[in-house]
Write a protein that binds this ligand. Structure first.
Ligand code: FRU
Length: 314
């Protein structure tokens, strides 16, 4: 079978099994096209739209790559199915940004066992059966947030913690790191809730916190949509000036804008790793060895440094 025919056949399988039109024209002047399956846990949040667009942009510079994007719509079972479909379609490589650690561990391991390299992005799976993990150090970011809040509050204050999905590793690590950074003493977490990364949930949880506590000094949310949801609740109660709001992500068109507007007091950057995923994918596909773990940096943005691009942490 000619390489043209092989490509057409594989794209047809990807199209049939993934429901996505594999209608990439063979632009490669005889060079072989390599199909990467990308499973995104949801596209309801701006940060994930940004990740996909970084992947797309980075891949666009390499004519030999064709990315098949799939959106699990925050449904773990759907995301497990993506992995299985990519394996049976025989893609060359898989990138996955998993919703939750435990349920995605097995399908990732099975793909690796089937000989397909898997790059895990941002949220981890359990164990070691993947090819490369790329993401920022969430524990370090949580710790930096705890320390910053402690200093800003003068070592004393009542804190609300709005947590990300606690079955995902960033939620767990942003929590553990935060408590480390906050330290012992007179910083007291009076209210904590799992808002599962979602702004409407954060707003609801914050309404409960406001109803229960006359004094709240700080809201720490595990992402900027969560911090913004909390701010909306406090604003509706006329109490947004009473407290600090701190979030994580610092997207240029989201968290950074909130900091500039004075809605958030601080946001910690959480890079998507989209560009790095394509860099690593190209190395793997070229048969090169890649590190098991790639840790991305982070920066803090506050009103004092937002105009100069924030400050690196750690
Ligand atoms: C988007 C998101 C980001 C957060 C990341 C953690 O789904 O909630 O806001 O930083 O996931 O995995």
């Amino acid at each position: 079978m000619s390489s043209m025919w092989r490509l057409a056949a594989r794209l047809a399988v990807v199209a049939a099994s993934t429901g996505i039109c594999g209608c990439a024209e063979d632009k490669t002047d005889g060079e072989e096209v390599m199909i990467i399956g990308m499973s995104q846990c949801n596209l309801g949040e701006p940060w994930r739209v940004q990740m996909n667009s970084e992947i797309k942009q980075a891949a666009a510079k390499h004519a030999e790559l064709k990315i098949v994007f799939k959106d699990a719509q925050n449904d773990t079972l759907k995301q497990r199915a993506h992995l299985e479909e990519f394996v049976s379609a025989g893609v060359e490589l898989i990138i996955v940004s998993p919703k939750e650690a435990a349920p995605l561990t097995e399908p990732v391991a099975k793909a690796v066992q089937a000989g397909i390299p898997v790059i895990v992005l941002d949220r981890r799976v359990l164990g070691e059966e993947y090819t490369c993990f790329i993401g920022a150090d969430n524990r370090l970011i949580g710790k930096a947030a705890g320390e910053w809040i402690r200093n800003k509050a003068g070592g004393k204050g009542k804190v609300v913690e709005l947590k990300g999905l606690m079955t995902s590793t960033p939620g767990q690590d942003r929590h553990t790191g935060f408590r480390e950074g906050l330290g012992e003493g007179e910083m007291e977490v009076v209210f904590e809730a799992d808002m599962k990364w979602l702004e409407p949930n954060a707003r609801k949880e914050m309404e409960s916190a406001l109803a229960r506590f006359q004094a709240i000094d700080v809201v720490y949310a595990h992402n900027d949509p969560g911090a913004h949801g909390a701010w909306l609740a406090a604003k509706a109660a006329g109490r947004e000036q009473e407290m600090l709001f701190v979030g994580i992500d610092a997207l240029p068109h989201e968290g950074v804008v909130y900091v500039r507007q004075g809605i958030l007091d601080a946001s910690f950057q959480y890079p998507t790793g989209g560009q790095e995923a394509i860099d690593v994918a190209l190395k793997i596909l070229a048969g090169q060895k890649v590190p098991k773990e790639i840790t991305l940096g982070s920066r803090i943005f506050t009103k004092d440094n937002v105009d100069t691009g924030g400050q690196p942490i750690g």
